[in-house]
Design a protein around this ligand. Structure first.
Ligand code: C2E
Ligand code: MG
Ligand code: MG
Ligand code: MG
Length: 284
């Protein structure tokens, strides 16, 4: 009897594993189709200057506009895209979408606004990544200083010398480099000393605790002071409360993103926000 039970549970386990593998296969397959059919869109989250409360840039975040399942968020497909290597195509496509958006706003006569895109380590580590970026910039005819690239700390650390070279080349073209999710990985401060980056994005998990945890707020203050000494801008991500914002301002953090100001929103909404900003500036 017991044996039978064990047998069943083993079978059940096996079956569950198979289901998970099948599910991944399904996602990978429909990702392939979705990429061909260009089913991906961008939402934009404002980056805000803490002192002036003005929008100073946008982060582009991918969403999958699936014909049957509706809007799918990155947590549900980025890891499969990474595992299958499809992320390289996806991120290239997203970079292109962001550049096309910059161009469209320029054509509409809106004030130029910088858009940052998240680039996977898989694409960063392609030997022709810089050339790929160059050709997208040339094809879309936009000013490179209107594009920023977000790289995670772990991606930059994977092959330091290579990342140093590639990021340096992009920076020479006028592209700004942001180190994303800082505080989540190695958090090694020393390697930042002469690394070619412009902005340190402090991970939400850190920001979450600055008001409730004295040690965390001390570390936050230290990170901000260090970044300043290295001539880096600091952006705090995932700011949700006025208390967090006040503390960040006291610590001289310059920029933030978070639901407190706005969630990532579709292009139409961000356009309205930017036009509003333009009106205010003109009337001031
Ligand atoms: P990330 O680059 O660190 O982006 C920040 C994430 O935090 C976004 O989630 C954003 O919607 C969310 N967020 C921003 N402010 C708040 C807040 O105040 N509270 C809370 N709870 N969340 C906030 P999203 O859009 O779901 O993206 C998740 C992650 O997926 C991104 O983290 C990034 O690592 C990845 N990702 C998104 N788009 C792309 C892409 O185009 N390419 C690649 N390679 N990765 C992407
Ligand atoms: Mg990011
Ligand atoms: Mg981030
Ligand atoms: Mg993050």
């Amino acid at each position: 009897k017991t044996k039978e039970k064990e047998g069943n549970s083993y079978q059940f386990y096996d079956c569950k594993m198979n289901n998970q593998i099948e599910k991944k296969f399904d996602i990978a397959e429909s990702l392939r189709v979705g990429l061909e059919k260009r089913e991906f869109i961008l939402h934009y989250q404002p980056k805000v200057d803490i002192k002036t409360d003005k929008v100073i840039g946008l982060e582009a975040l991918v969403r999958w506009n699936h014909p049957e399942k509706g809007l799918i968020y990155p947590n549900n497909f980025i890891s499969v895209a990474e595992e299958t290597g499809l992320i390289k195509k996806l991120d290239e496509y997203i970079l292109e979408l962001a550049c096309i958006q910059v161009k469209e706003w320029e054509d509409k006569g809106l004030d130029p606004v910088n858009i940052s895109v998240n680039i996977s380590p898989k694409l960063l580590n392609e030997s022709n990544f810089v050339e790929k970026v160059e050709s997208i910039l040339i094809n879309t005819k936009i000013d490179p200083s209107l594009i920023s690239i977000e790289i995670t700390e772990t991606a930059a650390m994977r092959d330091k010398e290579y990342a140093y070279k590639v990021l340096g080349q992009l920076r020479l073209k006028g592209i700004r480099i942001l180190l994303d999710d800082f505080g989540k990985g190695y958090s090694s401060l020393s390697y930042l000393k002469d690394f070619p980056i412009d902005v340190l994005k402090i991970d939400k998990s850190f920001v979450d605790e600055i008001c409730s945890n004295n040690i965390n707020s001390a570390i936050m203050r230290a990170i901000i002071d260090m970044a300043k000494a290295l001539n880096l801008k600091v952006l705090a991500e995932g700011v949700e409360t006025q208390e967090q914002l006040k503390l960040l301002n006291d610590f001289n953090c310059e920029e933030y993103q978070g639901y407190l100001f706005s969630k990532p929103v579709p292009v139409k909404e961000i356009e309205d926000m930017l036009k509003e900003r333009y009106k205010k500036a003109v009337n001031a």
